[in-house]
Design a protein around this ligand. Structure first.
Ligand code: FAD
Length: 485
């Protein structure tokens, strides 16, 4: 008789949410976690970066306070306090997750799990793991320690992901860090090169620039945030450049060397050059965190990149073994991991469920923010849609003016014939919150007419979707109408 109905390996936003749902469905649940509850999202990802970005935003706002008729002299920041505030928020939230697991009756087992069969694992317990960047979290299970055998009727693998490494000479030099390592910096570096201009790299670039670092971003693709609609990536590149961040797109780093008390970064491509920096932050993607997990022993297959393929009910190829979150490589986002977790738990508990990836909002917390849901213009065309686009600038929105945040725009991609909303793309203030309406519009198969006909409170940033829809219908109220032929 197995010890648990369900064993979850990994306590990130995928694993802890799955464990709570399964327990609420009446299953006995064990959860193995080798570090702290909350996974990457709460400890090294979503939350700590946003806490620090908020400090940067406050600093920036206070610096520009005179524009609002408010005078603050001698504005400065203390990076140590920025980090302490971040640590406090992380601790509150991770303690909160631990409390929720307990309150729901989930048995938390501290240690590193390794499969001994499809539904049996050994948990290597070495006491509390030191939580730190680039350190033991990537290492194999501790060997000198107690081993506990655990069995369950079903198992969910929720072990997440870790930063991808850069295969160039010098990538292992001191001062070359990943996003995890950035949390270890005790001050904003004087000069930093960020390799990779996707969400993670762009957020760190925005943050360090605000705190006074000289920032260069090197991105291989022809624009920043290349997964976003082309116009959004281009707009962010322009915005960064205007603020004084050096943006090198279409460029690759070919090597890093030590020179003159600095790290000399060799950049190849049309804008080839050498850049001296004090810190080099590598943000070139993520790889599955399956080190020393014993997937082969359980017979669990991986794809060419090491991610675990799953079906729409999160089943792996092995009976009674499910996988959720980053380790499945579907969409490396916390809310996707959590939804996969809810779905897998329901399926295991015998409730009909499946996951649908059609409507997944995503946000990048640069200044201004980026958020999107659904198809980009290119993706919609590539999928065979005849499309129209509806755009509206924040500069024409009263509320954006009152905020003093007028950079950016909303772009809606809609079907040409029925004007159904296919994608919403935002570059501008509070984009991460505004995108919820876009997600709802796509879920409910709303049209531009329906968006335009929905009364929005005035003056709010939320009016921008309605205004863009009006523009898309050729009936803009607050921007000039399309020219008559
Ligand atoms: C800098 C940064 C910023 C981010 N910002 C956002 C954001 O704003 N919004 C967003 O949606 N996403 C963001 N993400 C992505 C988000 O953090 C991940 O998508 C999310 O954490 C994935 O959740 P998960 O449960 O799959 O795995 P993880 O959060 O990676 O958790 C996996 C857990 O499993 C544990 N584990 C691994 N192997 C074992 C083992 N063998 N035994 C026991 N335990 C094990 C790990 O210790 C870890 O705690 C960000 C990521 C980074 C790096």
């Amino acid at each position: 008789m197995p010890e648990f109905d369900l064993l979850v390996i990994g306590g990130g936003p995928g694993g802890y949410v799955a464990a709570i749902r399964a327990a609420q469905r009446g299953l006995s649940v064990g959860l193995v976690e080798k570090e702290r509850p909350g996974g990457v999202c709460l400890n090294w990802g979503c939350i700590p970066t946003k806490a620090m970005l908020r400090s940067a935003e406050v600093f920036q706002t206070v610096t520009a306070a005179a524009d609002f008729g408010v005078y603050a002299d001698n504005v400065r920041f203390d990076f140590g306090v920025v980090r302490q505030r971040k640590d406090g928020i992380v601790k509150e939230l991770t303690d909160g997750v631990a409390g929720l697991l307990k309150a729901n009756g989930v048995t938390v087992i501290e240690g590193h799990a390794r499969f001994t069969g499809p539904t049996t694992v050994q948990v290597f317990q070495a006491g509390t793991s030191p939580i730190f960047p680039g350190g033991p979290r990537y290492a194999a299970a501790p060997t000198e320690t107690r081993v506990r055998e655990v069995s369950a009727a079903d198992v969910i693998v929720a072990t997440g992901s870790v930063p991808a490494l850069l295969p160039v000479p010098g990538a292992d030099l001191p001062g070359v860090i990943t996003s995890d390592g950035a949390f270890g910096l005790t001050e904003a570096p004087r000069r930093i090169v960020v390799i990779g201009g996707s969400a993670v790299g762009a957020e760190w670039a925005s943050l360090f620039h605000t705190f006074g670092s000289e920032v260069t971003v090197v991105e291989m693709q022809d624009r920043l945030v290349p997964l976003e609609d082309k116009e959004i990536g281009t707009a962010l590149g322009r915005s960064f450049s205007k603020r004084g961040i050096t943006v090198l797109t279409g460029s690759t780093v070919t090597g890093i060397a030590e020179a003159d008390n600095a790290l000399r970064v060799n950049v190849g491509g049309p804008q080839a050059r050498e850049i001296d920096a004090d810190v080099v932050l590598v943000g070139v993607g993520r790889r599955p965190n399956t080190a020393d997990l014993g997937l082969d022993i359980a017979g669990i297959d991986t794809d060419a990149r090491g991610f675990i393929p799953v079906d729409e009910q999160l089943r792996t190829g092995v009976e009674h073994v499910y996988a959720i979150g980053d380790v499945t490589g579907k969409a490396l986002l916390a809310h996707v991991a959590s939804h996969q977790g809810l779905t897998a738990a329901d399926v295991i508990a015998g409730h009909p469920a499946h996951i649908d990836y059609a409507v997944i909002p995503a946000a990048t917390f640069t200044h201004p923010e980026i958020a999107s849901v659904g198809l980009s213009e290119d993706a919609a065309r590539a999928a065979g849609h005849e499309v129209i686009t509806a755009k509206f600038p924040f500069a024409a929105l009263g509320r954006a003016k009152t905020f003093g945040e007028t950079e950016g725009f909303v772009k809606i991609v809609a079907g040409k014939q029925h004007s159904e909303v296919l994608g919403v793309h935002i570059f501008g203030p509070s984009a991460s919150d505004l995108i919820a309406e876009g997600a709802l519009a796509i879920s409910l198969e709303a049209t531009l007419d329906e968006l335009a006909d929905t009364i929005h409170a005035h003056p709010t940033l939320g009016e921008i979707g309605m205004e863009a829809a009006l523009a898309g219908l050729g009936l803009p109220v607050h921007i000039a109408p399309p020219r008559k032929r």
